[in-house]
Design a protein. Structure first.
Length: 256
C-alpha cells in the first residue's frame, strides 16, 4: 500500500508540471516541447532523490491525521453530554475523576475482550479516571442478545450487577440461549423472567438505538472505540485497541 501511495505521489508531481506552467509557476506558458522537457527533468530528479516521494507521502498522512484530530475534537465537543453523561450507561472507576474514559464495545469483539483488562489496569493505576461503558452490538444477533442482557441487568440490578455481568459476557463461550442467560441472572441475584422480559423491552431498545446514533455521529464504525477527555474540555477519539501504557500517555497529554 505504501508503495502505491509513493507511486501516486510521483505521478502527481509529474502531472502537476503542465498545470504549474499554466498557473503562473513559470514566467511564460510552456509548449509541448517545454512540458516534455520539464517532465523529464522532474523524473530525473525523483530518480536521483526518491526519498522526496516518501517525504511527500509522510507529510500527506500527517496533514490527514491532523485534520481528522481536529474533526474528532469538534464532534466530541458537539456531543459531549451524550458521550459523558447520557444517564443510561454504566459508570465506574472514580466517579469524581478528572479524566473520563468512554468505551464503545461489543461482547463478540476479540479486541474488546483484550482491551478490558488494560482499561481496568489504567483506571486502577491512575486512580483519577471515571469509566463509562456503552453497548454497541455490531457483530450480529448474538452480540445484540448479549448487549440487551447487559442493559437489562443494569436497569434492574444497578452498576454492581452490570459489572459482574459484563465480565462474564466478555468471557462467554458459545451462544446465549434464554436458559443460560436466565441462570446468569439468578447468579447475579436477579429474577430470570424479569431480566428476560426487560431484554425485549422498549427501554432496552432505546438505549441501544441512542448508542448507535451517537456512534454514527462520532463516525465510529468499529469496536473497541474510546473517547477520553474532560467534559467541557479537551478530548480525543481513539479507534481500536490500546494498551494501558498508551492510555496513560494520552491522559498525561490531556492533563498537561
Amino acid at each position: 500500500m505504501f508503495r502505491s501511495l509513493a507511486a501516486s505521489a510521483a505521478t502527481a508531481l509529474v502531472l502537476a508540471a503542465p498545470l504549474a506552467a499554466q498557473t503562473g509557476a513559470f514566467s511564460e506558458p510552456l509548449d509541448d516541447t517545454g512540458r516534455d522537457a520539464l517532465r523529464a527533468e522532474i523524473r530525473a530528479y525523483l530518480m536521483e532523490h526518491p526519498e522526496v516521494i516518501f517525504e511527500a507521502v509522510a507529510e500527506f498522512e500527517r496533514r490527514n491525521m491532523a485534520q481528522q484530530a481536529d474533526m474528532d475534537l469538534t464532534l466530541i465537543e458537539i456531543n459531549a453530554e451524550d458521550i459523558y453523561s447520557d444517564g443510561h450507561s454504566w459508570v465506574g472507576g472514580n466517579p469524581d475523576g478528572d479524566i473520563t474514559l468512554v468505551e464503545f464495545m461489543d461482547y463478540r469483539c476479540s479486541f474488546c475482550q483484550r482491551a478490558f483488562p488494560h482499561m481496568m489496569d489504567f483506571s486502577d493505576e491512575d486512580g483519577n479516571v471515571r469509566l463509562v461503558i456503552k453497548e454497541l452490538p455490531i457483530l450480529g444477533p448474538q452480540s445484540e442478545v448479549m448487549s440487551r442482557f447487559a442493559v437489562a441487568v443494569l436497569q434492574l440490578g444497578g452498576d454492581e450487577a452490570y459489572f459482574a455481568a459484563h465480565e462474564r459476557l466478555l468471557d462467554w463461550d458459545g451462544d446465549t440461549p434464554d436458559s443460560a442467560l436466565g441462570a446468569l441472572a439468578v447468579e447475579l441475584g436477579l429474577e430470570a423472567e424479569a431480566v428476560l422480559e426487560r431484554m425485549r423491552s422498549g427501554a432496552v431498545s432505546d438505549v441501544l438505538a441512542e448508542n448507535r446514533a451517537l456512534a454514527q455521529r462520532l463516525q465510529i464504525s468499529g469496536t473497541p472505540s474510546f473517547v477520553i477527555g474532560v467534559p467541557e474540555g479537551p478530548g480525543e477519539l481513539l479507534r481500536g485497541f490500546l494498551p494501558a501504557a498508551e492510555l496513560h500517555n494520552v491522559a498525561a497529554q490531556l492533563r498537561g
